[in-house]
Ligand binder design. Structure first.
Ligand code: ADP
Ligand SMILES: N[C@@H](CCOP(=O)(O)O)C(=O)O
Length: 317
């Protein structure tokens, strides 16, 4: 995990009590994650133990956060298994701790499946499609803050750290994605709230059944096809080589389409979206790797993985 900001027992207890979640019994910094400070906290309420996650947001602002937190509430209300932010007596779900924005959500059951098979991929595909449908009437709007504009801003920052060959690939792919984004097919892609980071470590399984999706803090309004591509690029890739696994890819895509069939524009642009998904995480990993932040327990992800995934996704010349 990353703990960028230390929270004392007293500070956590005061917040939990204000949210009427019970008396703090345990607090522990949690492993995994690279964006925010997360603590697992346990309480006793009416004699029963309850388990929550306390998050302090390190990059997102008080203005940006309502989009994510209310989206989680909206999806939870529609039966999608996502963390439900706890409200105070005034109904406010965004709080302040150590002068930072903070939230407390229920702790999901289960564990991440880091070596998924076709059944896991199918469950993720079907749940992603359900989530896209459930989010369609969500009224708030916020762009994907790690979308094309951010790629254009960040590529020049990371370029000095690359070999000439890597720099050529990164710039060429960015130019290609700018070109795709200006096309009529791209304009025709169905859009809505997307997770945009639904990797293996952001999904829980309990006894082989999907039990939760979390970490919505890269969500935004973007194309559903991009969201599916992000999932295919993580769940259905061989992490050793960066190569797509045909069986897992088919399982995820068919399960997605059994809930929400892809449109003609989505089918046409899926190869471009797979490249976009690889580019997005290559850029963010380069950025985290070469311009790291201070944090205890922070482990940056290897950018070379998404360079390999991108090369695999390029259509043969
Ligand atoms: N609602 C939750 N239920 C259960 N575990 C959670 C929940 N939220 C976070 N976690 C745990 O905390 C870890 C880090 O959370 P994550 O949201 O991925 O952090 P970051 O935003 O820093 O990337 C996860 O890998 C998971 O183990
Ligand atoms: N999934 C991204 C990193 C984002 O971190 P997360 O822990 O919030 O998912 C990657 O693998 O690069």
């Amino acid at each position: 995990m990353a703990v960028f900001t230390q929270v004392s027992k007293t500070e956590a207890a005061a917040l939990l009590s204000r949210l009427n979640l019970g008396q703090l019994t345990d607090i522990e910094g949690c492993a995994g994650g690279i964006e925010n400070t997360n603590y697992f906290v346990s309480t006793l309420r009416d004699g029963e133990p309850h388990h929550y996650v306390l998050t302090l947001f390190e990059r997102l602002s008080f203005e940006q956060l309502p989009f994510y937190l209310h989206l989680m509430k909206h999806l939870a209300g529609k039966g999608i298994p996502v963390p439900d932010p706890a409200a105070d007596a005034r109904g406010e779900i965004l709080h302040k701790l150590k002068n930072k924005p903070a939230a407390v959500v229920n702790r999901l059951k289960g564990r991440s499946e880091l070596a998924p098979g076709a059944s896991h991929c199918a469950q993720v595909g079907a749940m992603l499609a359900r989530m896209h449908l459930a989010g369609q009437d969500y009224e708030r709007s916020q762009p994907n803050l790690r979308g094309l504009a951010w790629w254009n801003e960040t590529v020049p920052v990371v370029l000095p750290h690359l070999t000439p060959e890597q720099a050529t690939l990164l710039q060429a792919e960015l130019a290609y994605q700018n070109h795709v984004a200006a096309s009529a097919s791209y304009e025709a892609l169905p859009r809505g709230p997307v997770h945009a980071d639904l990797f293996r470590d952001n999904v829980m399984f309990d006894q082989g059944q999907l039990s939760g999706l979390f970490d919505f803090y890269f969500a935004g309004i973007d194309s559903f096809a991009f969201d599916l591509a992000v999932c295919l690029n993580d769940w259905c890739i061989d992490h050793g080589t960066g190569r797509p696994d045909p069986e897992r890819s088919r399982a995820m895509r068919e399960a997605y389409e059994s809930v929400r069939p892809l449109t003609a524009a989505e089918r046409e642009l899926m190869p471009a979206m797979l490249r976009a998904g690889a580019l997005r995480f290559w850029i963010s990993r380069l950025w985290d790797w070469h311009l790291p932040r201070e944090a205890s327990m922070l482990k940056a992800h290897d950018p070379a993985h998404f360079e390999r995934v991108l090369r695999e996704r390029l259509e043969p010349l």
